[in-house]
Design a protein around this ligand. Structure first.
Ligand code: LLP
Length: 437
């Protein structure tokens, strides 16, 4: 998919770059990002909204993969940006991302983060709870500014990827509960606080969602709430943000819908619910993360050791693992892979791909069909663009890999591989522990 293909040498090529050359030039493990595919995904969202006639913002959820280069691509594609920390905000600003298109999320924004975001002039905060409303208002007031806000509400629709539960979302650390009345009180409270400007509401029902039903249910609940607020408080929501969560295909077990199917379900649900209530049509915002960057990422590893336990299992170890991709260990996530340097050879055995960390849970893929993998072969694991680099760690003091953007036969470093100096850069040896001269 994307620009990936098997070339005449029988090797995996992405963005016109042979993965063997990439491994030689940049080393492994290596995160490879197919820039054309990222841009294509961004455009699919923008085009789906344009076709709907709604005013819209597509805010890339940068938590999925926040780097300066990625923020620059999102900017060029006309996306907005969702950030959740001072670090993500800093990254966006360093990329020259226009502050007015940045939305700040999170259930516990610190005073430092709020000040930083106000000073930068971000577009809005997604306010999460009552104490935050007070804090936002106080900090904005101290600066003589107003803070635009959306209220994050928990609409009582929870997506467990396949089935939707329409109660029981009350027990969440995020947002103002709709059914219990907190959302309504939050609107009242926001209207009383002079330095807050209430733009509308936000809801996010989950991640890696394969159906449209949950979004339809959320849209209907939000519409019902909007009407109640208008009728009782005279406040009209200009913006409805329905969050992210659009699924992608990690393996053949996953069956996501095309982007335009999700978006037209959302726009149609908003249109019908709001028109029925003779309510002015709002702007619609969404926040896709995974579905913008996920399938554009591939991780390239070098095969090291193998261990065959006859009749039980063969382990093939690569030079990375849970430090660059914690998702299998954390969520039992499934991935697909192939031998990038011998991509046309038929599979002859079933092996399990182990990482190099000192714990048994550091497994990337169980029971993968491969040609006989030898030391020095290259293993490409697909669909690692989202929540891989973003969640990478230095466990075992392993250095985080480099990220390269590939496009039209060119490869550009987007993140340098960490050096050994980087690993201990922040370490300090207290004076009293130093060796005597
Ligand atoms: N908006 C909000 C408020 C969110 O909490 C999230 C994700 C998104 C948007 C983007 O969702 P996406 O389109 O990427 O599904 N680390 C986990 C995923 C955590 C998602 C957290 N929130 C994983 O690796 O699967």
């Amino acid at each position: 998919h994307g620009t990936s293909k098997i070339n005449e040498q029988g090797r995996l090529e992405i963005g016109g770059c042979d993965t063997k050359d990439l491994a030689e030039q940049f080393g492994t493990p290596l995160y490879i990002v197919d820039e054309a595919l990222v841009r294509q995904r961004a455009r699919e969202y923008v085009e789906a909204f344009k076709a709907s006639g709604f005013r819209f913002q597509v805010a890339y959820a940068s938590k999925a993969f926040s780097t300066v280069a990625m923020c620059a691509i999102a900017e060029q594609e006309g996306l907005s940006l969702d950030v959740v920390s001072d670090g993500e905000l800093h990254t966006a600003l360093q990329a020259g991302f226009p502050a007015e298109r940045i939305h700040f999320h999170g259930n516990n924004k610190t005073p430092f983060e709020i000040e930083m975001a106000l000073d930068a002039g971000i577009g809005c905060f997604v306010a999460d709870n009552f104490s935050e409303l007070e804090l936002l208002n106080a900090i904005a007031a101290s600066k003589g500014r107003k803070a635009n806000i959306l209220l994050r509400i928990t609409p009582g629709v929870e997506a467990h990827t396949h089935d939707y539960i329409s109660t029981g979302q009350q027990d969440s650390k995020f947002g103002f509960d709709l059914a219990g009345g907190a959302a309504y009180k939050a609107v009242e409270q926001s209207l009383k606080l002079d330095n807050l400007v209430l733009l509308g509401v936000h809801s996010h029902i989950g991640s890696q969602i394969f159906e449209v039903e949950g979004f339809r249910m959320a849209a209907a609940k939000v519409a019902e709430f909007a009407v109640e607020v208008r009728d009782k408080l005279g406040q009209v929501f200009r913006v409805i943000n329905l969050g992210g969560g659009f699924g992608i295909r990690y393996t053949s077990e996953d069956s996501p819908l095309p982007v335009n199917v999700y978006i037209s379900a959302i726009t149609e649900a908003i249109r019908s619910n709001f028109t029925e209530a003779s309510y002015p049509l709002p702007e619609i915002w969404v926040e896709p993360g995974r579905s913008i960057i996920g399938d554009a990422g591939t991780t390239l590893y070098t095969v090291g050791t193998s261990k065959d336990i006859p009749g039980v299992r063969k382990y093939v170890a690569v030079d990375g693992g849970m430090t660059d991709n914690p998702r299998p260990a954390l969520y039992e996530s499934k991935y697909d892979a192939l031998l990038a340097n011998r991509a046309t050879e038929p599979a002859v055995e079933k092996v399990s791909i182990a990482g190099k960390c000192c714990e048994s849970g550091d497994m990337l893929i169980w029971d993968l069909e491969l040609p006989e993998a030898k030391t020095g072969d290259l293993l490409a694991v697909f669909c690692t663009g989202a929540y891989n680099y973003a969640m990478a760690s230095n466990y075992n003091r392993i250095r985080r890999p480099a990220v390269v953007l590939v496009k039209d036969g060119g490869a550009d470093i987007a993140v340098q591989r960490e050096s050994l100096e980087d690993i201990s850069r922040n370490d300090v040896l207290p004076q009293r522990l130093r060796k005597a001269e």
